[in-house]
Ligand binder design. Structure first.
Ligand SMILES: *Cc1c(COP(=O)(O)O)cnc(C)c1O
Length: 426
């Protein structure tokens, strides 16, 4: 199909994320992707190839078109691409669940597989509410979170996303009203820890769970915080009979420098969500893990089952590639790569701080963030990055990058130059 025909059809019929209909700006058409490069169907700003600075929203940690991951999908395709999970089971899903239990914090033990991060969060919330209902405390049905979070776009997750300035502000009157505390400060402050303790204690009777993104808040504002706050949450939740949910959908699988962000605090949640990088960016899959305590609670209820069952639950193709992606990650010295990228981002982004209009530059693991003192001019910033040969997708006042872990030093320097160009233009 000719590029202009494709774009005309795209504009007429296809919704894009957080977009209007019909679309107002033309997306770039990607013809193929390999390693850390996206190949465009038609050159833009003189570039027919872009270095990927986004890992396709945190997911493509090994880069694109990886021979090992391709083989995992191909091998599974010849056996079966899908069978229903009700009444049937299969090796890829069972092995994946066991592997997830093995690599996530003790005592997470049971795994609910689903098809996207938002659904994994829905399932986590359902587990927590049902746990309390089943053990005779049905009044515990609200959630507490800190501001600045992002947990997905379906209804329950939306209710714990940052209520102001975020993507879901329109729905503030419609959504379940949850308990919000201020966003966590970057460094540890005892007064903030005290606020967390006080609010959890104050709302304990109505709280089913506290849900947070550990260490890095992603799409709610790309903010980082001291892992010590996670310990405070764990202790306060234990003291007041509240479950603790970690949403590791963005932070999981090494992005922050530890395999899971929870590892930085040595804290185990009662329920944990993973997604995004789970399949190395190949297929849509997420998982909700819980402890035996949570599962046992549900089992002793009047309705002793978890009434959830996505059609494509445990999809064999996704399971097989997820297993291969985890094995690939653990077989490499991934932590060294993340440290190398962290150092490269610190060096490469430091000069950006001197640009006018730049409020903050911060790096955590393989995540680099430039915050402006105004909303980014998306079109100008994206164009400037593309001109520099780099794919970035800024939002609000943020230009950020989380490159694939396999990004070489030279490409990483070019990504930093792309962020610099975007910040100067936007
Ligand atoms: C992306 C994300 C989600 C939602 O995942 P989807 O697969 O997009 O539904 C939830 N929580 C966090 C922390 C995320 O980054």
């Amino acid at each position: 199909m000719r590029n202009d025909e494709l774009l005309a059809l795209d504009r007429a019929h296809v919704w894009h994320p957080y977009g209007p209909m019909p679309g107002r700006t033309d997306p770039l058409v990607v013809a193929s992707a390999s390693g850390v490069r996206l190949r465009l169907a038609e050159a833009a700003e003189g570039r027919d190839e872009l270095i990927d600075g986004m890992s396709s929203w945190w997911s493509a940690i090994h880069g694109y078109n990886h021979p090992v991951l391709n083989e995992a999908v191909r091998g599974q395709l010849d056996r079966m691409s899908h069978v229903m999970f009700g009444g049937l089971t299969h090796e890829p899903a069972v092995r994946l669940a066991a592997r997830l239990v093995e690599i996530t914090p003790e005592p997470l033990r049971h795994v609910f597989l689903s098809d996207s991060g938002s659904v994994a969060v829905e399932v986590a919330v359902k587990m927590c509410l049902q746990h309390w209902r089943s053990v005779g405390r049905p009044g515990k049905q609200r959630l507490l979170t800190w501001r600045g979070g992002y947990h997905g776009d379906t209804w329950q997750p939306m209710s714990v996303c940052d209520p102001e300035g975020g993507m879901h502000e329109l729905w503030s009157g419609v959504l379940q009203r949850q308990v919000f505390v201020d966003a966590p400060p970057v460094a540890y402050e005892e007064s903030y820890a005290e606020l967390l303790r006080t609010e959890i204690a104050r709302h304990a009777d109505e709280l089913a769970a506290v849900i947070v993104e550990p260490v890095v808040q992603g799409a709610g504002g790309m903010r980082f915080h001291d892992p010590a706050y996670l310990k405070v949450l764990r202790e306060a939740c234990d003291a007041h009979d509240v479950l603790l949910v970690f949403d590791e959908i963005a932070t999981g699988f090494g992005r922050t420098g530890t395999l899971f962000a929870a590892d930085q605090a040595g804290v185990s949640p009662d329920v944990m969500c993973v997604g995004k990088a789970l399949t190395g960016g190949y297929l849509s899959m997420a998982a909700t893990l819980c402890t035996s305590r949570v599962a046992d609670g549900i089992s002793q209820g009047e309705v002793p089952v978890l009434a959830h069952g996505p059609t494509f639950m445990g999809n064999p193709l996704a399971s097989a590639v997820a297993l291969a992606s985890i094995d690939l990650l653990l077989s490499r010295d991934w932590a060294v790569d993340v440290k190398r990228i962290e150092a490269g981002l610190r060096d490469g982004l430091a000069p950006v701080a001197d640009l006018p209009g730049v409020k903050d530059v911060r790096v955590c693991g393989a995540i680099g963030v430039v915050q402006l003192d105004h909303d980014v001019d998306m079109a100008a910033a994206t164009r400037a990055a593309v001109r520099a040969g780099v794919w970035l997708r800024p939002f609000r006042d943020l230009i950020y990058t989380m490159p694939p872990f396999v990004t070489g030093d030279e490409d990483l320097a070019r990504i930093c130059a792309g962020v610099h160009a975007a910040a100067a233009a936007g």
